[in-house]
Write a protein that binds this ligand. Structure first.
Ligand SMILES: CC(C)(COP(=O)(O)OP(=O)(O)OC[C@H]1O[C@@H](n2cnc3c(N)ncnc32)[C@H](O)[C@@H]1OP(=O)(O)O)[C@@H](O)C(=O)NCCC(=O)NCCS
Length: 189
């Protein structure tokens, strides 16, 4: 994994220094095999069963060439993840074809933020903020104009709002999970 210098990340608010030895690193496709057990466990602990990625779908998402993924880890233990991919490559959202066409017709390069997750016992210490900061900075560096996400009400929506999210639509019962999610759009240029 390629470690990111936190000074290179734009606008990251984090008190991560309080948690010694936590690193935010870029996850590359070849890291999947060594980290898959931890990444699947993270998925199970952080997401409602009805929206969890399977091992197969998660491997596919994390090993695509143009996926951007970061993990937070401490001494080899994965504490959190944030990843996404070009919007035209992600079909798992309502209206994905229409949304993709809409951005394409306006010449907007759009990135879809698939996942932001931190193990429950490590939350509320700035790790989620550092992960979203790393992801957005790299998407910006790669020339994306906008990041789209379905953010769960609460901490996830808050972290997107802090980056200037515009809320487009709400979903009262996201995929039958009973949770409220918001479709939001963050322009990064
Ligand atoms: C979203 C998530 C990754 C945040 O991780 P985290 O490490 O706790 O994030 P941070 O500590 O950097 O920041 C969270 C902020 O949200 C705030 N927050 C928490 N609950 C909140 C709520 N209900 N409403 C508003 N803000 C809230 C926290 O107080 C914190 O703010 P602070 O920086 O002022 O202390 C984590 O909650 C998580 O894994 N949730 C489950 C998975 C999920 O639903 N992901 C999003 C959908 S993809």
């Amino acid at each position: 994994m390629q470690e990111t210098n936190m000074n290179d990340i734009d606008n990251v608010r984090t008190d991560i220094d309080r948690y010694k030895n936590i690193k935010i690193s870029r996850l590359n496709p070849e890291d999947w095999l060594s980290l898959k057990a931890q990444l699947i466990s993270l998925e199970k602990r952080c997401f409602h069963p009805d929206i969890q990625e399977t091992e197969r779908s998660k491997r596919k998402l994390l090993t695509l060439e143009d996926t951007i993924a970061f993990v937070a880890e401490k001494n080899g233990k994965v504490l959190g993840e944030s990843y996404g991919l070009p919007i035209q490559k992600y079909k798992g959202i309502p209206d994905s074809d229409r949304i993709t066409k809409d951005y394409a017709s306006r010449g907007i390069k759009a990135f879809y933020h698939v996942s932001l997750a931190v193990l429950p016992e490590y939350r509320e210490h700035g790790i989620g903020s550092a992960l979203i900061g790393a992801l957005f900075a790299e998407a910006k560096r790669q020339g994306y104009d906008v990041i789209l996400a379905h953010a769960k009400e609460g901490a996830s929506l808050e972290l997107h709002n802090r980056r200037g999210a515009k809320v487009i639509k709400s979903f009262d019962n996201w995929f039958g999970t009973g949770n409220k999610y918001w479709l939001c759009e963050v322009y990064i240029h």
